[in-house]
Design a protein around this ligand. Structure first.
Ligand code: SF4
Ligand code: SF4
Length: 105
C-alpha cells in the first residue's frame, strides 16, 4: 500500500469500526491468542477460539500471537455504506492529485 493509499484508508470512518474475528477454518485451538489477550476477550469454546467483542479494544496483539494467521481484521459494513466510502475516497484522491499537480506547475 502506498503512503497516499494508507493515509486515505486511515481517514476512512469505517476504519474506526474495524474489529477482529477468528477464522474457524484456520484456528487450531492452541490457546496462544487467549494467553496473549490482556483483556481476557478470547475464550476457547467447542474447540475454537472466540472473541468477545464487548471486551476487545482492538489492540491487535493477538494477531501476532497466532501462527496460523487465523485472527483477521474486518469491518462490519453494508454494501451501500461501502459504496459511499469508496466514492468518497475516490473524490479525496482526485482532490489530492489535483493539489499535487498544481504544486508541480
Ligand atoms: S492462536 Fe490462532 S490457532 Fe491458536 S487458538 Fe488463537 S486463533 Fe486459534
Ligand atoms: S485485539 Fe487486543 S483486546 Fe482484542 S482480542 Fe486481540 S488482544 Fe484481545
Amino acid at each position: 500500500m502506498t503512503t497516499l493509499e494508507s493515509a486515505l484508508v486511515r481517514k476512512s470512518p469505517l476504519v474506526k469500526r474495524a474489529m477482529f474475528k477468528i477464522r474457524k477454518d484456520l484456528c487450531l485451538a492452541c490457546g496462544r491468542c487467549a494467553m496473549t489477550c490482556f483483556r481476557g476477550a478470547i475464550s476457547l469454546e467447542f474447540g475454537q477460539a472466540e472473541i468477545d467483542q464487548s471486551r476487545c479494544n482492538g489492540c491487535g496483539i493477538c494477531v501476532d500471537a497466532c501462527a496460523q494467521g487465523a485472527i483477521v481484521n474486518y469491518v462490519p459494513v453494508s454494501k451501500e455504506e461501502l459504496t459511499q466510502t469508496v466514492s468518497d475516497m475516490k473524490l479525496r484522491t482526485e482532490e489530492i492529485l489535483r493539489k499535487i499537480e498544481a504544486l508541480r506547475k
